[in-house]
Design a protein around this ligand. Sequence first.
Ligand SMILES: C[S@@+](CC[C@H](N)C(=O)[O-])C[C@H]1O[C@@H](n2cnc3c(N)ncnc32)[C@H](O)[C@@H]1O
Length: 353
Amino acid sequence: MGKVRFTNPLTGDSMPHQPRLISEPDSEYKLNPEEQAQKDEYRQRLRQYLQDPEFRQIPGFPIGDDEAILALSDPPYYTACPNPFLPEIIAKWQGERAELRSELGLPEDNAENGNGYHREPFAADVSEGKNNPIYNAHSYHTKVPHPAIMRYILHYTDPGDIVFDGFCGTGMTGVAAQLCGDRTEVEKLGYYVDQEGWVYQKPGNEEPISRLGARKAAHNDLSPAATFIAYNYNTPVDVEAFEREAKRILEEVEEECGWMYETWHPHCDDPNRMKARIRYTVWSDVFVCPQCSQEMVFWDVAIDHENNHNIRKYWPCPHCETLLSKSPSKKSGAVKAERAFETRYDRALSTTV
Ligand SMILES: C[S@@+](CC[C@H](N)C(=O)[O-])C[C@H]1O[C@@H](n2cnc3c(N)ncnc32)[C@H](O)[C@@H]1O
């Protein structure tokens, strides 16, 4: 991505925007004096808002002192509290929206015809997997994959429209709103996009279902952690600086904790032992054969390592060859393997566990 620029919502000026990374306060993405002055002004205005007791009376206002809220915030777009700049931003976006509509030949808003807005209800099954790299970049409860949201946004809105998500969680609505302007992402939904940016359900269809173009998103959540994640998901980031910083952190962690991932190969008593890196660790149940009372590790006996590590329903006891299973089966003649137990006295609980 390299250097990323974004537009100041109030002045329309293009400005570089690189949120400070942990160890790179003096990266090449320093703001010029004018841009820095603008940023300082927003910060100062946020500071004034925070000192207003009425502002802090807004229901759900986070518990935190002014400095903590200011440190987390990146005004005007992101504030770790109700955003006092939202009306200004919306007004600016509305202006941009009107210009874009005229550029794209979309009808002007007109109060007399109820703004001319009409959409049939979106009536299709939407099912999206959860293995998208954007989705997986940060977990969150009840997180929605952005391609699912894109289908709704494309159906109900035009480019430049403003989408509000008052319960944004990790901000997947904003990701979806932005990616409605990305041809490849829209095509990945199975839609066809023509040269002019009209979006069709399928090639050859006569009626377009939407128009290619980013939508704007306003996000809110009661949880400052959620809004912080949403902010980072929706703010341009300098990929190279991010990678440098990620590698630096990994090296630091490696130095501190790398020893926890070392072991002796082939084992510690071998005279020719060497240091080896633990790539992964498998935790497995231990079962007991009811026939010969010997123990076995489930991973060793029941996993078909040659066949995609599938789990076998039945396996022979490695000691007496009795056919075993987790659940008894008359058909196969397999006998139920029991879980191995260990009984110990727990001094803290003063009881046997
Ligand atoms: C279902 S999650 C949304 C997850 C989101 N769709 C995503 O993709 O990450 C619902 C969110 O609503 C927020 N929430 C609950 N009550 C709220 C309230 N009264 N005002 C604002 N947000 C609220 C929760 O903090 C939670 O993040």
